[in-house]
Design a protein around this ligand. Structure first.
Ligand code: NAP
Length: 310
């Protein structure tokens, strides 16, 4: 069994390390986080590995996962260079290094001076590592980089019941942007929706209860029917007056927030203005979809002008 060091055993790092430990895929060697308390917490969660308080104290391992935030990957790789240089003669060959960023290519690890580099991006939201331990199976992992590392990582992820796809470095940014739009921005839309319910006097708990069935049903419809057939509501029906009333209501909300807020509390002011803007931008983006679903040219023109003039 190959050994694995984890630098950055946060949400993703601790989940993968736990699953690989449980499945006997990797022997978990060293763990290093920014704070010693967080490293110990990760060790407890994983139930394996040695928590170290200094990067230089990480033991030798055949595979290294750098699961630090994206902006820290290159500097962490550079900090690892002297450590890897020290272990290389012992191991006889360069260790394998990989990161899990969706947007960055494997080459961002080049500052480590290691030769065997890869990136492996699980298309999964690690919001809660405990839930991810059971929810990760079935997810896709996008692999890119050295063939030798991919030959190790592909079976490692398949052992967790993940499906793998292969990307080139130039595909990564747009591939990840697609995933951010459908996944992260869905969460942002949920939050914005709750703010509008709140403005209507409906509390979060009631709003969540009424949203859950329709949001889940909409997600299912999207996968079963595709976005054009899943789209329902006033836009696709050509209910121009309803859309005009909603656009106006959001404009009034932004206006009333900007007059009632004092200078030191501008958050909701900015949010209400942003809400109105997002409603219009998404409305515009929905028009080609609505047209595919049967919206008339005339209704489309009227809706377009509502979104343009607001
Ligand atoms: N979260 C997701 O849903 C998800 C999905 C796919 C891919 N990814 C990728 O996975 C990677 C990690 O994301 P995450 O969500 O797991 O992040 P996270 O929960 O914030 O964890 C990051 C970990 O890195 C540690 N760290 C930060 N700076 C460090 C440094 N300079 N040296 C050593 N350790 C450092 C942190 O230590 P402390 O705990 O001490 O602060 C923390 O344990 C990213 O590349 C991300 O793009 C994440």
């Amino acid at each position: 069994m190959r050994s694995l060091n984890v630098v950055g055993a946060g949400k993703l790092g601790r989940t993968l390390a736990t699953l690989w430990h449980q499945q006997g895929v990797f022997e978990i060697a060293g763990l290093f986080n920014r704070s010693a308390a967080s490293t110990r917490e990760a060790q407890d969660f994983i139930g394996a590995g040695t928590a170290v308080s200094d990067l230089n104290k990480l033991p030798h391992a055949q595979v290294w996962l750098l699961a630090v935030p994206d902006d820290q990957i290159a500097t962490t790789a550079a900090a690892l260079a002297p450590i890897i240089a020290q272990y290389q003669p012992l191991a006889g060959k360069s260790p394998m290094l990989f990161h899990c960023s969706g947007a960055l290519p494997a080459s961002v690890l080049a500052a480590s001076d290691a030769d065997l580099l890869a990136s492996a991006h699980p298309v999964h939201s690690f919001a809660d590592p405990k839930r991810s331990l059971t929810d990760l199976p079935g997810s896709t992992v996008a692999l890119e980089g050295s063939e030798e590392v991919i030959d190790v990582l592909e079976p490692a992820f398949m052992a967790l019941s993940c499906n793998c796809i292969h990307l080139s470095p130039s595909q990564k940014v747009l591939y990840h942007t697609g995933s951010v739009l459908a996944c992260n921005y869905l969460t942002v839309l949920m939050d914005l929706s709750l703010q509008v319910f709140q403005a209507a006097g409906i509390d979060n708990k009631s709003a969540m209860a009424l949203l859950e069935p329709i949001v889940v049903q909409t997600v299912k419809n999207n996968f079963a029917l595709g976005p054009a057939k899943a789209l329902t509501g006033p836009l696709v029906r050509g209910d121009v007056a309803t859309v005009a009333r909603q656009t106006e209501a959001l404009r009034q909300l932004a206006k009333s927030n900007s007059t009632t807020n004092n200078d030191s509390d501008t958050t909701s002011d900015i949010q209400a203005a942003t809400l109105a803007e997002i409603y219009r931008a998404l409305g515009k983006a929905a028009l080609p979809l609505a047209e595919k679903a049967g919206l008339s040219q005339d209704a489309r023109r009227q809706l377009q002008s509502i979104f343009d003039e607001s």
